[in-house]
Design a protein. Structure first.
Length: 227
């Protein structure tokens, strides 16, 4: 399956850098270094390091009021260097049910188990900027979640799966920055920037077209704001 290309020798970001970039893409008003550090849960020295590097990459502007991100440039950098922090290899599950039904079943199972989850591509972008019908969807979870009791069966791999379940201790992957919607149709969503990254990583021409549409919506801030 085709994968998103990256710049050769691009340095992989840590979770804190990726979280700062997602925050700067979402935010309209300037943010101080202190506010950025508090929002994503990193130290002020670490936030300072990240902002200095982003300034060198011409991805932010600084003023007396704080830092503002250049969305298009930040997205380019995110595509090159961001990788979701996972605690274990992704798990593959399959169901023949409609995707919204699959999502609601997983959401209810997670709620019963006390597991935080967030849906990404394919399903989440289809809820925000519809373009293609979902065939495979990434779900991030903060703990392991077994889906047999919700009508899913284990799959051999991506080619046979409808759900890619990814376990992560990075709480920011389960958090949406305002004004992006955090929940649509009772389905918890990942940040649109991560949805965009996952669309590209899952690959395929139609996914890249969907990713282009989502990118334009992120840059223009035309995604409906959270209620």
């Amino acid at each position: 399956m085709a994968r998103a290309t990256t710049t050769p020798h691009a340095r992989k970001w840590g979770p804190g850098t990726a979280a700062i970039v997602r925050l700067l893409i979402a935010t309209e008003t300037p943010l101080t270094q202190v506010a950025i550090a508090e929002a994503v849960g990193v130290t002020q020295p670490r936030a300072s390091q990240v902002l200095k590097r982003l300034s060198m990459d011409d991805a932010v502007t600084a003023s007396v009021h704080g830092y503002r991100g250049k969305r298009a440039r930040l997205l380019d950098l995110y595509a090159q260097s961001a990788r979701p922090h996972l605690d274990a290899p992704e798990d593959f599950w399959f169901s023949t049910r409609p995707f919204t039904d699959q999502a609601h079943r997983i959401t209810r199972a997670a709620r019963r188990a006390g597991v935080r989850i967030a849906f990404s591509a394919d399903l989440a972008p289809d809820l925000l900027v519809p373009w293609r019908h979902p065939t495979l969807t990434v779900v991030y979870a903060d703990r392991q979640l077994r889906l047999e009791e919700t009508g899913f069966v284990p799959a051999e791999g991506r080619a046979d799966a409808t759900i890619l379940l990814r376990w992560t201790s990075d709480a920011t992957l389960l958090t949406v920055n305002k004004p992006w919607p955090a929940v649509v149709d009772k389905i918890p969503l990942a940040d649109p920037v991560q949805q965009w990254w996952d669309l590209r990583e899952l690959g395929g021409e139609d996914r890249h077209e969907a990713a282009d549409r989502l990118r334009r919506a992120i840059i223009s801030k035309s995604i409906a704001a959270a209620a």
